[in-house]
Design a protein around this ligand. Structure first.
Ligand code: PAF
Length: 281
C-alpha cells in the first residue's frame, strides 16, 4: 500500500489509474478505524478498481469546545488494517497540506444543515462540506463511500455534489454495529464500561419505534416520546435530540410520511453518540 502525504502524489497516482481505465473508489475517514470503516473499504473494493482511503482529522468540523485535540489517532494501527484489507493507497496529508495559512473558502449547504446535528454543532457541516469538496477535488474518484450512521452528513454531501456538479457517485453503506446493536464509532472508545453497557439503548429504542411504525403508528410525537422515554430510563444518558424528519429534505412532520429519518444524539458524560433508522423502509 502506498502512503502518500502530498496532493501532487495522490493526484499522480489517481490520474495514472484513471488513464488505465480503472474506476477509482475513495473512502474518506478521520482514522482510528473500526469495522464500520472497513465495511466501506470492502464495498469500494467490490465496486471499484484501486481504492484510496484518506485519514485526515479535519479541524474545520470541530467546534472550539469539541474533541479535535484529543480525537483518537493511531496511524500505525490504521495503516496495518488498511494494508491487510488490500487498500491501494492511503492519503494522509499533514494539516498544512490541506489548509495552508491562506485558506479562505468555506462550502455551505443551506437548509438541511440547520437542524439535527447542525443545531448542536454549529459550523460542523460547513467543515465537513469544505473538507469533502477538497478531498473530492484532490482525489477525483469515480465513487466515494460514506456510512449511513452519519445520515445527515450523507444527505449534505449528496446535495453538495448535486448542487456543485462534482463528478462523483456518492455511495451510502449501512451502519456497522456491534453484536449488541451499538453503532460502531471511533468515539465509542471514550465510553466507560458502564456507559458502554448502557449505550445499546439507542439502537434498541429506534428499533422499537420502527416496530411501532410497522404496526401502524403514524403520530410523530408519540414515536419521539417512545424513544425518549426508553433513553431517559437509562442512567447517565442525556438526550441532545430525538427527531423524525423527511427524506431527503429533513423537514419536520407531525404525521409520519414514510420513508422518514428518525435520528438521535445522546450524551454519555462528555461522549456524544448518534444513531438513526429509516422508518417505513
Ligand atoms: O465521517 C467522517 O469521518 C468525516 O466527517 C469525513 C467525511 C471524513 C470528513 O472529515
Amino acid at each position: 500500500m502506498l502512503i502518500l502525504e502530498t496532493i501532487a502524489e495522490i493526484r499522480d497516482f489517481v490520474s495514472k489509474e484513471r488513464a488505465g481505465g480503472r474506476a477509482v473508489g475513495f473512502v474518506p475517514t478521520m482514522g482510528y478505524l473500526h469495522e464500520g470503516h472497513l465495511s466501506l473499504v470492502r464495498r469500494a473494493q467490490e465496486e471499484c478498481g484501486p481504492v484510496v482511503v484518506s485519514i485526515f482529522v479535519n479541524p474545520l468540523q470541530f467546534g472550539p469546545k469539541e474533541d479535535f485535540s484529543v480525537y483518537p489517532r493511531d496511524l500505525e494501527r490504521d495503516s496495518r488494517l488498511l494494508e491487510e484489507c488490500g487498500v491501494d493507497a492511503l492519503f494522509h496529508p499533514p494539516g498544512e497540506e490541506m489548509y495552508p495559512g491562506r485558506h479562505r473558502t468555506i462550502v455551505e449547504v443551506g437548509g438541511i444543515t440547520g437542524c439535527l446535528c447542525g443545531t448542536s454543532r454549529p459550523g460542523h457541516f460547513q467543515g465537513v462540506a469544505t473538507v469533502v469538496t477538497k478531498l473530492l477535488n484532490i482525489v477525483q474518484p469515480h465513487r466515494a463511500y460514506f456510512g449511513q450512521k452519519d445520515a445527515q452528513q450523507v444527505l449534505v454531501i449528496k446535495k453538495m455534489v448535486e448542487d456543485l456538479n462534482i463528478p462523483v457517485e456518492i455511495v451510502t453503506v449501512p451502519t456497522a454495529r456491534e453484536a449488541d446493536g451499538l453503532a460502531m464509532s471511533s468515539r465509542n472508545v471514550y465510553l466507560t464500561p458502564e456507559q458502554r453497557a448502557a449505550a445499546p439503548i439507542l439502537n434498541k429504542s429506534l428499533r422499537e419505534a420502527a416496530g411501532a411504525v410497522s404496526k401502524g403508528e403514524r403520530d410523530v410525537k408519540k414515536l419521539v416520546a417512545m424513544v425518549s422515554s426508553g433513553i431517559n430510563g437509562v442512567e447517565g444518558a442525556s438526550i441532545d435530540y430525538v427527531e423524525v424528519r423527511s427524506l431527503p429534505d429533513l423537514e419536520e412532520m407531525e404525521i409520519l410520511e414514510v420513508p422518514a429519518l428518525m435520528a438521535l444524539a445522546v450524551r454519555f458524560g462528555n461522549t456524544r453518540l448518534i444513531d438513526n433508522i429509516i422508518l417505513g423502509e
